[in-house]
Design a protein around this ligand. Structure first.
Ligand code: BTN
Length: 244
């Protein structure tokens, strides 16, 4: 393991992706900073963090034999790793909101940004960014955000938590190629937010709302929703938003 600690950087994902492009970096290189200036989230969102309250880091991992079709295995492995640690430290009602939000109840504690490098139809390497709200006490403009501090009432040591998370993430990443998609899916669905409950969704293009039941994920990592008429449909991350 090769840990690079930066005083400040725009985005640990961007930094690590550029580094991997410039030179042949060791597998499992990790970049961490207390001051991420322009954190990036999924769907071109920004990622809010504070130097004292947040953990922001990225992991570079190579693969020998991972088909591009199986890309969601990476998200599942990391989400499962983070959920395990959240449970271990006593965060209540930890679960995963598809595709890879880390939740405590209905508050989002953390997020994961996976950026793969492909060659033909295989994933050669990936940069996985992890952002966790640890000791932040309030989020004035982010009503759906939460933190470990808010959920547990306790302050956590950032370095200690970083070590725990890195260890578990690397452990799960080593199993990405060994475990089948179905095996990962089975574990992931056990933690899936609002599974088998009626939820309300909004279609991105039309802003139309509809209700349906999350039944799990498909074999290509899309969300499986059962509509009122009993018909199941698969949706991609850009197609809709889960409202409640
Ligand atoms: C999301 O939920 O939208 C994903 C958030 C990912 C944030 C992390 S923080 C470390 C890494 N660097 C980034 O710029 N983003 C990820």
């Amino acid at each position: 393991m090769n840990i690079i600690k930066l005083n400040a950087t725009e985005s640990t994902n961007t930094y690590l992706k550029n580094l991997a492009r410039e030179k042949n970096i060791p597998d499992k290189t990790i970049v961490v900073t207390d001051n991420q200036i322009q954190g990036r989230g999924q769907r071109e969102n920004s990622w809010y963090s504070t130097s004292e309250g947040s953990l922001t880091f990225s992991i570079f991992k190579r693969f020998d034999n991972l088909a591009a079709d199986n890309h969601f295995k990476i998200s599942m492995a990391i989400s499962i790793a983070v959920v395990r640690i959240m449970k271990e430290i006593g965060v209540d009602q930890t679960c995963l909101k598809w595709p890879n939000d880390i939740m405590s109840g209905n508050k989002k504690l953390g997020g994961i940004l996976v950026e793969n490098s492909l060659w033909r139809n295989t994933i050669k390497s990936t940069v996985i960014g992890i952002g966790i709200n640890i000791n932040i006490e309030s989020f004035p403009n982010l009503p759906q955000a939460g933190s470990i501090r808010i959920s547990t009432g306790k302050t956590f040591d950032k370095d200690d938590l970083f070590q725990k998370l890195v260890e578990e993430c690397l452990f799960q990443l080593n199993r990405v190629e060994q475990r089948s998609f179905s095996e990962w899916k089975e574990i992931y669905e056990k933690h899936l937010f609002r599974i088998n409950q009626v939820s309300v969704f909004e279609e991105s293009k039309t802003s139309t709302r509809f209700s349906g039941i999350i039944r799990g994920i498909s074999m290509d990592g899309q969300l499986l929703i059962e509509k009122k008429d009993g018909i199941r449909k698969q949706v991609g991350v850009k197609e809709l938003r889960l409202l409640f």
